[in-house]
Design a protein around this ligand. Structure first.
Ligand SMILES: [Zn+2]
Length: 610
């Protein structure tokens, strides 16, 4: 998963302008029956999904499940409470309507076993058909959403499973839709709009796009990649070429980490809709689903979103914490390892961008420095606690810090492994070893697997102290001594400071607070003004901060600067004086770096060792 806050930060946070991030969906608690009910065994499971003009006009789909009852007693059918990767309880049974069961040609009685389970008495019938409609009206990449000509559907939303039984049952899916509409899914095709999965985990990990959308394909390193976008025309012309160029650059460095692409083909599925604030991706084993504001198309965030989600096809969809192996669907599935599954995934997204040439060395430093600032601006929280807490969406600002802080922890481990091994090994070796051993032997990793692989890569060095201080503990990450090992240093240069806080509303960039005696207040800017331009640079410009620094960073303290504001119905031109103050932390090359530190720095940026 990757989303929201990152997008808001990319767009609206500039040196003098604050940002407001959209809040995530509210958490809902879950209580469970202490007994463990078990369904009668069922076989030959077939799901029919119908989405056509008629159902689209109601924003509904119809799902019919047919199966054979292979045991005695009641059949208990459940829907998942969550979609793996979206670590929150959603209770997909909420959107079910008109649930009905027929057996051997007659209607059968059912009742709820619990809020996500239907209890059916087969009354000696062997061949059962369960039908319901499902409301597809939630624009979220873990859920179901439809328009007059399109449906996003996740298997977790609608595919019933027998409670308490093995999830290793094979299943088939047939999609019934308009002849001119298309179907895209990662599932194995068995015929026209007919698909199969070997087990329930695979079944619900292959979302569907049904309807009208754009689709094209290209081979990258010998594997077919499909790029599927809705609505038609939403990513066209130069924007589509840019997206393909980014995919061609970020995928090879990720394959290089593990030595193989784990999928036969991979599908990027993207919805752009102006009702959606920000941008969010959700990973699957051979696809991912992005939901984005149209503003995100072609933004700097786009390649990092794609690189992040695609890296997940190794890290979390395959190499996964033991706590989530296998996934459970009837309750929350917390793990203290999201700092690896999400944070280190985000570190590798940054590495894929710089190693693939989407960004340059300075781009990598500025992304890393932004993560350092985000962590510094957040309450101290241990990576393990932040990983577990995400399920309850804490309101203290720490909810998603395992992304940025976990990414930085991965960066530190990479530097320490390279330093201890004279740059002969790296974090790449840890990822590749665990993927090749733990995952390929069919299990999840635990603390012993992870830390012994890290220690082995670092020539036997112990990471017990590092773990207790920075992973289990809340101590600030040890930048001073670690950055130098990679030929890097932090600095905090003086920058022009206007001392104005803003939000973006429908009328523009609104001043909400002023630092008294700082430049803007001294020039006469007031709370309630709308900022138009500063030093002739429009504040709405996405590149405002860069342009402002470029133009005024070298000016003398006290130089004059013009500000244009809108106050009521009038446009005012104000004149103030530039004032300098210590700015944000920046990361860059250390001019005194040793030859070894330079080799380590180059190794991180290029993906090389030695
Ligand atoms: Zn993620």
């Amino acid at each position: 998963m990757l989303g929201l806050g990152h997008m808001a930060r990319t767009y609206f946070t500039i040196a003098v302008i604050g940002a407001t991030a959209a809040s995530p969906l509210g958490a809902q608690g879950a209580t469970r029956d202490v007994r463990a009910p078990i369904s009668a065994e069922i076989r030959d499971v077939h799901y029919d999904v119908t989405f056509d003009h008629a159902s689209a006009s109601n924003r509904r789909l119809t799902v019919t499940t047919t199966f054979t009852v292979a045991g005695s007693g009641p059949v208990l059918l459940s829907l998942p409470e969550w979609t793996p990767g979206a670590y929150e309880i959603s209770n997909f049974a909420r959107w079910v309507e008109d649930f009905a069961v027929r057996g051997d040609g007659r209607e059968l009685h059912w009742s709820k076993g619990d809020y996500d389970t239907w209890r059916i008495d087969p009354a000696s019938a062997k061949s059962l058909t369960v039908t319901f409609t499902y409301a597809a009206d939630t624009l979220d990449n873990a859920m179901a959403w439809s328009t007059r000509d399109f449906l996003l559907l996740n298997g977790t939303n609608v595919f019933l499973y027998p409670e308490g039984r093995s999830l290793a049952f094979p299943a088939r899916v047939t999609v019934h839709t308009e002849p001119e509409w298309r179907v895209v899914t990662g599932m194995h095709a068995e015929g026209a709009n007919s698909y199969s999965a070997g087990n329930y985990h695979d079944l619900v990990d292959m979302p569907f796009f049904i309807g009208r959308f754009d689709l094209d394909s290209a081979q990258i390193q010998g594997k077919w990649i499909r790029y599927v976008t809705y609505p038609q025309g939403s990513v066209s012309g130069a924007a589509r070429l840019t997206a393909w160029d980014q995919l061609k650059k970020v995928i090879p460095p990720e394959v290089a980490v593990f030595g193989e692409a784990p999928w036969e083909n991979y599908t990027v599925m993207q919805i752009a809709d102006s009702s959606y604030q920000g941008a969010s991706g959700l990973e699957h084993q051979s696809s991912h689903v992005d939901v984005v504001t149209p503003l995100a198309i072609g933004s700097q965030f786009q390649p990092s979103l794609y690189a992040h989600e695609i890296f997940h096809s190794w890290n979390v969809k395959r190499l996964r914490p033991a706590d989530m192996w296998p996934y459970v669907y009837d309750r929350a599935d917390p793990t203290p390892w999201l700092w690896v599954s999400e944070g280190i995934t985000d570190y590798y997204a940054d590495l894929a961008e710089v190693r693939g040439g989407v960004t340059d060395e300075n781009g990598f430093y500025s992304t890393t420095a932004a993560k350092m600032r985000e962590v510094a601006d957040t309450r101290p929280v241990s990576l393990e606690d932040a990983s577990i807490n995400t399920w309850i969406h804490p309101v203290d600002g720490t909810q998603y810090v395992y992304y940025s802080k976990g990414s930085l922890a991965g960066f530190l481990l990479d530097v320490m492994i390279r330093d201890a091994s004279d740059n002969k090994r790296s974090l790449d070796d840890v990822m590749r070893e665990l993927y090749g051993t733990v995952y390929k032997r069919g299990r999840g990793f635990d603390a012993n697997d992870w830390w012994s692989a890290v220690s082995r890569a670092a020539g036997g060095r112990s990471f017990a102290d590092f773990t207790s201080r920075y992973i289990e503990g809340r101590e600030p990450l040890p930048w001073d001594r670690t950055l130098a090992l990679a030929g890097l240093r932090m600095s905090r240069p003086n920058v022009p400071r206007l001392g104005v806080y803003t939000i973006v509303d429908s009328s523009g960039v609104l001043v909400t607070k002023l630092e008294q005696s700082a430049s803007a207040a001294a020039a006469g800017v007031r709370e309630g003004d709308y900022l138009i331009s500063i030093g002739d640079i429009p504040v709405i410009d996405e590149q405002f901060a860069e342009k402002f620094r470029a133009k005024f960073g070298g000016s003398a303290d006290g130089s004059p600067i013009g500000l244009k504001v809108r106050r009521g119905g009038s446009l005012l031109t104000l004149t103030g004086k530039l004032r300098f103050a210590p700015g944000d932390v920046e990361l860059g090359r250390d001019p005194q770096a040793s030859p070894k530190a330079v080799r380590i720095r180059e190794g991180i940026l290029r993906g090389t060792r030695g």
